[in-house]
Design a protein around this ligand. Sequence first.
Ligand code: NDP
Length: 245
Amino acid sequence: MAEDTRVALVSGGSRGIGRACVARLAADGFDVAFSYRSDSEAAQQLVKELDGARVSATRVDVTDAAAVTAWVADVERNFGPIHAVVTSAGITADGGFATMSAQRWGDVLRTNLDGTFHVCRAATFGMMKRKCGSIVTLSSVSGVHGNPGQANYSAAKAGIIGMTRALAKEVGRYGLRANVVAPGLIATDMTAGLSEQVRARMIERIALRRAGTGEEVADLVSYLSSGRASYVTGAVFEIDGGIGA
Ligand code: NDP
């Protein structure tokens, strides 16, 4: 089956980067099935905005492996075989390392790392059988470099890089590609709560002196999900306006 057959699965697609990815993949011609955790209003609003495209929104908590498996099976039944997967569902629960509670550690690991594993695992076997497809996982510059106050998030996002690279090596022989996108500061709800002081300090460290947009990340995800990236796998793309530079 050709890689340009068009069904995309996006976890955490109702807001922020995931939302921009849903809109971009739909504009690229994919039928898009996306999930969210709780904000049905945002999800339904997006479906409405993309009127004309084939888009579905399903409430699925990515920490629930059985629910994720059922969702993926349902999408394959109703939309057809999945060819592009984007895992954007994620949360932060920042705090100092020495006083970090087991709860904060576990919540962030379960949503970001276990959730990414659940979504990728549920979709991988079908793509292996069909011998094509693309997986894009959302990590973070925190996972690449580590970030103070984010030991839990940095660990989860570093884990996503290891998982995705291992997956790429395992499934490459089946024509399936897996890549990581590691954004820096992107203007979404996740970063809206930062104080002006913290934001100003972060922007001072960014070569381009501004936060990125979900659309800029979605543009990279669009490329990686397309046949244009047919020889790109196991790679980590930092999209951070030069924060690591
Ligand atoms: P947002 O907070 O704006 O959106 C998060 C999305 O994930 C929402 O759709 C939310 O659904 C969904 N979600 C959260 N938890 C779960 C869950 N347990 N199950 C299913 N869906 C869930 O985040 P961003 O768009 O900013 O971030 C997207 C991804 O990019 C994340 O993985 C994040 O870690 C990563 N990232 C973000 C950066 C940034 O600066 N914004 C920087 C680097 C990486 P609902 O609204 O229903 O809760």
